[in-house]
Design a protein around this ligand. Structure first.
Ligand SMILES: NC(=O)c1ccc[n+]([C@@H]2O[C@H](COP(=O)([O-])OP(=O)(O)OC[C@H]3O[C@@H](n4cnc5c(N)ncnc54)[C@H](OP(=O)(O)O)[C@@H]3O)[C@@H](O)[C@H]2O)c1
Length: 270
């Protein structure tokens, strides 16, 4: 086979984000990128960038070296029942469906191919996603695992996790963009209240998060020390920080993540 074929079933928020990332590097990496989705109009923008659309999920599965499943969790079994006959031991199935275990995936595809469970987040769209990859399927060979690692490394940061940690990761990182965008929204609103335009305020806040994220990754200084370093005695920053402390912002974030994790576990048992 000349080119590695990546096929994705489902082109919604997550499928679209990942496909967008792979299309950006397809030429460089020699990937052929295919997709099948229920409403092809949703994939029109990606098709204009070189995404090949298949008419059926079976057709996508037959051509795939790596088949990525990006439908809602409750749709996984239906889709896999349809594509299973087209899967072989050389195909690798990667599912991004939240809460769908390796065991469920293996059962749904009749053990025909090795499976990988993946938990992504939406910044994959801009090559800055964070992905957990679960390689607990014993039928997965080392070279298949490396291919999946390389594929997802093109979309952002990857960590390998055992299945038991996937829900914790989902609540912290999969759901993470929702927490971060909500915090950004609050700051953008503050800027508008101060008289900046919406566009300018958004630009300033996005640059603020980007700069802080870079510092947090590059430096090993404790985050609290980095915070305190910008709080001069009797200054304006400490006045603002005191408000956040009184509201218990850090505790709220811990509670948000733990509540999301608990909800994730409830959903898995249903
Ligand atoms: N969004 C996130 O931030 C996020 C984060 C982590 C994990 N995930 C996981 O990613 C998966 C997809 O979520 P999403 O947010 O991308 O959902 P979404 O926007 O609803 O996308 C689902 C896609 O699957 C398509 N689809 C549904 N049934 C199909 C079928 N039988 N054959 C082919 N395509 C079919 C849908 O088509 P239509 O356009 O016709 O509806 C849609 O394009 C979920 O399992 C979720 O748990 C999402």
């Amino acid at each position: 086979m000349n080119k590695r074929t990546i096929a994705c079933i489902g082109c919604g928020n997550m499928g679209g984000a990942m496909l967008g990332g792979w299309l950006s590097v397809a030429g460089q990496r020699g990937y052929r990128v295919l997709a099948m989705t229920r409403t092809p109009a949703r994939a029109a923008a990606l098709a204009a960038r070189g995404l090949e659309l298949c008419e059926t999920a079976e057709e996508a599965a037959r051509q795939a070296d790596i088949l990525v499943l990006a439908v809602k969790p409750y749709q996984v079994e239906d889709v896999l029942a349809r594509v299973a006959p087209a899967l072989g031991p050389e195909t690798i199935l990667v599912s991004v469906a939240a809460g769908v275990s390796v065991e469920r995936l293996r059962t749904a595809c009749g053990g025909r191919c090795p499976v990988v469970r993946c938990m992504p987040n939406t910044p994959a769209l801009v090559g800055k996603g964070v992905f957990a990859l679960c390689f607990d399927d014993p039928s997965l060979k080392p070279d298949a695992r490396e291919r999946v690692q390389r594929l997802f490394a093109d979309l952002g940061v990857c960590v390998e996790l055992p299945e038991g940690r996937m829900t914790a990761f989902s609540a912290l990182v999969g759901a993470g963009p929702a927490y971060v965008f909500q915090m950004m929204q609050g700051l953008v609103q503050a800027g508008v209240t101060q008289g900046f335009s919406w566009a300018q305020s958004r630009e300033l806040v996005a640059a603020l998060f980007e700069g802080c994220a870079c510092m947090a990754r590059q430096e090993t200084t404790p985050l609290m020390e980095m915070r305190d370093n910008v709080c001069s005695p009797a200054g304006l920053t400490i006045a603002g920080v005191n408000v956040l402390d009184r509201a218990g912002l850090s505790g709220l974030l811990v509670d948000a993540v733990l509540t999301a994790e608990q909800r994730g576990r409830e959903m898995e048992t249903k």
